[in-house]
Design a binder for this molecule. Structure first.
Ligand code: SF4
Length: 331
């Protein structure tokens, strides 16, 4: 279902004269890792090491590779322009091939125009088809540019909705091409506008009201539990693209001002056992914003986002709840 064209990566590896490369492949494409690695070895002449660890984004480049290989090939994610790596990282898109026209016709009646059109990385090539399709049905569209953490017009990440926010005053709803609903909830919370999800693998477009309601109730419960906490661990992600030391320090200052004990913690892979051994009453993650929300059930102790901590400490109102975002000036 996904097109992966390695030709420009192979040309780049040859240009760099890289002798050894690491290959990162997202979970959904891992079964094709052997084929990708063989292509690189045969066509670029570089020894290729497949990284078995899961890779969730362009932010997720293991530090351990920098001393080991001459270049890294990361499949399935758009580059994050604000990030700098010590060795070349070659990003290869994995683009969905599933046509969207039938689902798009069903989505039209759910939208209020002008419609902001958005996509996650795997569906960026379908943006033009969706815009053409909507315009041919007489629906006015807009597309927004994100900050320097976003490399493609109209793209949203689970940690950055600036492409949606840049046009929020000019649109009355959004159509987001994506699988899952996390990004759609993030867009809605960041803009206050209706979001319809067009998942090319599903026959029906989706509204997010019910799932958002459930997630907000869960997050409210986590916040309530954290209000009883006295000691907080503030987690800094070790990955290059998630390392927000400044944000973590601000949160520690806020906690200490509110007479709570707070300590900074560095972590690469999040693991409930690691947090259990550290023994704090609650934790705040400044790393990937998806971890606290998606993996909530794995943690015994409250794991908050920075915005949720602000609610716990009374410096933000629940009515202003939003998902966490990382901006170009942070990482
Ligand atoms: Fe994706 Fe999370 Fe990385 Fe943002 S921080 S790019 S949402 S994996």
């Amino acid at each position: 279902m996904f097109d992966v064209d390695l030709s420009s990566a192979i040309a780049e590896i040859k240009r760099l004269k890289a002798r050894i490369v690491a290959l990162q492949v997202p979970e959904g494409l891992k079964k094709r890792a052997y084929q990708f690695a063989e292509d690189i070895e045969n066509k670029a002449g570089a020894e290729t090491i497949v990284v078995a660890e899961p890779c969730f984004g362009a932010c997720d480049i293991p530090n351990s590779l920098f001393d080991l290989v001459d270049a890294i090939v990361n499949i399935g994610h758009s580059p994050i322009p604000s990030l700098r790596f010590p060795i070349p990282v070659i990003f290869v898109p994995a683009r969905s091939k599933v046509p969207v026209s039938d689902t798009l016709k069903k989505a039209v009646g759910m939208l209020n125009e002008p419609v902001g059109v958005l996509a996650i990385s795997q569906h960026l090539e379908q943006l033009d088809d969706v815009i053409d399709g909507l315009e041919s049905m007489g629906v006015k569209t807009k597309i927004g540019e994100g900050d320097n953490r976003i490399s493609h017009i109209g793209e949203v990440l689970g940690c950055n909705y600036t492409a949606a926010m840049s046009i929020s005053k000019d649109v009355n709803s959004y159509l987001l091409i994506a699988s899952g609903t996390f990004h759609a909830m993030g867009v809605h919370l960041a803009t206050g506008k209706k979001v319809v999800v067009l998942d090319p693998n599903l026959e029906e477009p989706r509204e997010i009201d019910q799932v958002l309601d459930k997630v907000l109730r869960q997050r409210h419960a986590v916040i309530e539990r954290a209000e009883r906490a006295r000691t907080f661990g503030i987690i800094i992600g070790e990955k290059v693209g998630q390392r927000r030391l400044r944000r973590a320090r601000e949160l520690r200052k806020l906690l200490r001002w509110k007479k709570k004990d707070a300590m900074l913690i560095m972590m690469d892979k999040f693991d409930p056992d690691k947090l259990r051994s550290l023994g704090f009453d609650a934790y705040v993650s400044t790393a990937c914003p998806r971890i606290a929300v998606d993996d909530m059930a794995m943690y015994d102790k409250p794991l908050l986002t920075p915005q949720e901590l602000e609610i716990v400490l009374g410096v933000r109102k629940w009515e202003n709840y939003s998902f966490d975002q990382m901006t170009e000036d942070e990482v």
